[in-house]
Ligand binder design. Structure first.
Ligand SMILES: NC(=O)c1ccc[n+]([C@@H]2O[C@H](COP(=O)([O-])OP(=O)(O)OC[C@H]3O[C@@H](n4cnc5c(N)ncnc54)[C@H](OP(=O)(O)O)[C@@H]3O)[C@@H](O)[C@H]2O)c1
Length: 261
């Protein structure tokens, strides 16, 4: 045992959607732990501003990128390939949701959600494989890592009228296992992180109303929303020597909603 078990200093990471929300929490955490971090946003001004702010912590580079259509994802991968020889950590965090009652849930709410939440991460892994393999080749004990951000709503039946979103998250959990099996031979681990409820734009509607917020908290055995430290801790674990022997996992981080019921 040594303190180096959780060391990720000097590793190169890409976090999609890293300019805001949970992606930003993870980006700041990895920077504090000494990694070099690339972040993306669809909005050039936002990603530039976020990268400028986070550069006070450590080396952070912002890239304006969409996760849909796939050509845009290929372009993002090309940008990374032009800057780095290897990629140690890929965190597919960017995600979209769509909420509407079942009777009114529109057909147009399917393709864009599946594109960003499932196809985008797949395309990014495919295109970045040469860089991930290079990282995996460097040390048997320290594989390259792919972390796909899924959702509790893709694993349990949550009270959300978000039909395409929950299906997309179930899909990314399963795709993570399939890719884990395929890439183990290249010393690349693939894990799904399965968050419960964290305070971001995506869950603003729950926190906005006092009553809904209280009702929600009562459903969480640990009686609170997730924090930056919670999600960062898991991502650092999965990215470091400590998590090197874990692949194909679905790591639920939800204050006990799933595990305790
Ligand atoms: N918050 C939670 O409680 C919770 C729970 C379970 C899972 N998650 C998952 O956590 C991840 C982050 O979500 P969040 O909570 O941080 O929500 P958020 O604040 O709404 O952030 C969504 C992120 O996805 C990016 N994004 C959305 N559509 C995109 C597109 N077409 N192309 C590229 N990027 C796009 C956004 O980037 P820009 O707007 O900067 O372009 C933003 O960074 C998602 O995968 C979400 O499903 C969140």
């Amino acid at each position: 045992m040594s303190y180096e078990l959780f060391d990720i200093s000097g590793k190169v990471a890409l976090i999609t959607g890293g300019a805001s929300g949970m992606g930003r929490m993870i980006a700041e955490g990895l920077l504090r732990a000494g990694a070099k971090v690339y972040i993306t946003s669809r909005k050039p001004a936002d990603v530039e501003e976020a990268a400028r702010e986070m550069s006070a912590i450590g080396p952070c580079v912002g890239i304006a990128a969409e996760m849909d259509p796939p050509e845009a994802v290929v372009k993002l991968a090309d940008e990374i390939k032009s800057r780095e020889e290897k990629l140690d950590i890929l965190i597919n965090n960017a995600g979209r949701t769509w909420g509407a009652p079942l009777e009114e849930f529109p057909d147009k709410a399917w393709a864009p959600i599946m594109a960003v939440n499932v196809q985008g991460p797949f395309t990014l892994v495919r295109e970045l494989l040469p860089l991930l393999k290079k990282s995996g080749e460097a040390s048997k004990d320290n594989p390259a890592r792919v972390i796909n951000i899924g959702s509790l709503a893709g694993k349990a039946v949550e009270p959300l009228p978000a039909y395409s979103y929950v299906s997309s998250k179930a899909a990314i959990h399963h795709l993570s296992r399939v890719l884990a099996s395929e890439l183990a031979g290249d010393n690349i681990t693939v894990n799904a992180v399965v968050p419960g409820y964290f305070p971001t734009k995506m869950t603003a509607h729950i926190r906005k109303e006092e009553e809904a917020s209280q009702e929600f908290i009562e459903r969480v055995p640990l009686s609170r929303f997730g924090t930056a430290e919670d999600i960062v801790g898991l991502c650092i674990f999965l990215s470091s020597r400590a998590g090197a022997y874990m692949t194909g996992g679905e790591h639920v981080i939800d204050g006990g909603i799933y595990g305790c019921h």
